[in-house]
Design a protein around this ligand. Sequence first.
Ligand SMILES: Cc1cc2nc3c(=O)[nH]c(=O)nc-3n(C[C@H](O)[C@H](O)[C@H](O)COP(=O)(O)O)c2cc1C
Length: 350
Amino acid sequence: MAENILKCFPHTTSPFIASAPMFGFSDAGLATAVTKAGGFGFIGGGFLFQTGSSQLTALDTQLTNARSILGLTDEQPLPLGVGLITFQPDGLIENVIPILQKHRVAAIWLSFPQAEADHLPIIRAIRQTQRVSGWETRIFSQVGNIAAAKEAIQQKVDGLVIQGTDAGGHQWAQGASLISLLPEVRDLLLETGNTTTAVLAAGGIVDGRGCVAALGLGADGIVMGTRFVATSECPAPSEIKQTILSTTDGGVSTVKTTRHDVFQSTDVFPRRYDGRAVVGMNYRDSEEGVSDEEIIRRHNEARAAGDDRRRTVWAGTSVGSIKAVVPVEDLIKTTQQEVRAILERVKAGL
Ligand SMILES: Cc1cc2nc3c(=O)[nH]c(=O)nc-3n(C[C@H](O)[C@H](O)[C@H](O)COP(=O)(O)O)c2cc1C
């Protein structure tokens, strides 16, 4: 699919820009706005898939909403994707794949398995469903190191999302920035004559400059997460958007650690993952020696009182370059225009 990523998703324009499936933030409104603007929107599909999970009904509702926003009939495929967090895969095959097939989503993004091998039965089940139903969908795996990339390639995914450690949100505890990861992945594909697996870059990209860099390093397209949080269509609370706008110097003002999840009682990710978020009151308390129990108590007390100041703000290291909340269409068009202008300028200078 590599050279053809734009052809695989015919509504997309060049260069290929996707919005990350940020669970709780990437809803039908955000994803359809991205898709309508010529990008590729992903909806965050969640991480609890057992029968009876409210995340299953929420996903079905989001996809129905997306269908209605885009004015599609029940028969027409949905030109957007769904991201699934896979470290608790119980129920995923039986309960989620039928929902995705019913809506004929154009792409599925898998991330954060306990072990890479856990994706194989999921991928096989999707392929089997495709064979019997004629459903066209592309499978992406988000990976943060070369070993994981190799395994995803062997599992014959259609695309890799290479996630560098500048990324906002959860990620590999041990990884590298895109500048190291992307060329090694591209070489791996070249050495094996693989021209079909698409490569998307994620982590610290917020504008055309980052996009040009990623394309230069070997990506076929890019994914932005934090940048899409600060858009008019993202349902994130305005306090989160304001924190993103007011935060500068992301290498210092964000931190990559498992501690964010401890403080907000969401410490369920396997130990090979951590997360990058803005350094906030909880983290500062911890640095000053306050116990975890006391921080959790303060966090819960603030939440119960409707005080959002202790809320985790997941954000990447490029947060300092995000200066305004903008409509999705402006973000995508401006980024694409910047890419063309930068490339022309660079070419003229050679
Ligand atoms: C608020 C937020 C929530 C995220 N949630 C998810 C998620 O549910 N699933 C997932 O695969 N990645 C998630 N990520 C990571 C993104 O997929 C992506 O790797 C990251 O946003 C790229 O870095 P950037 O934020 O610097 O653009 C999240 C990132 C952010 C910022």
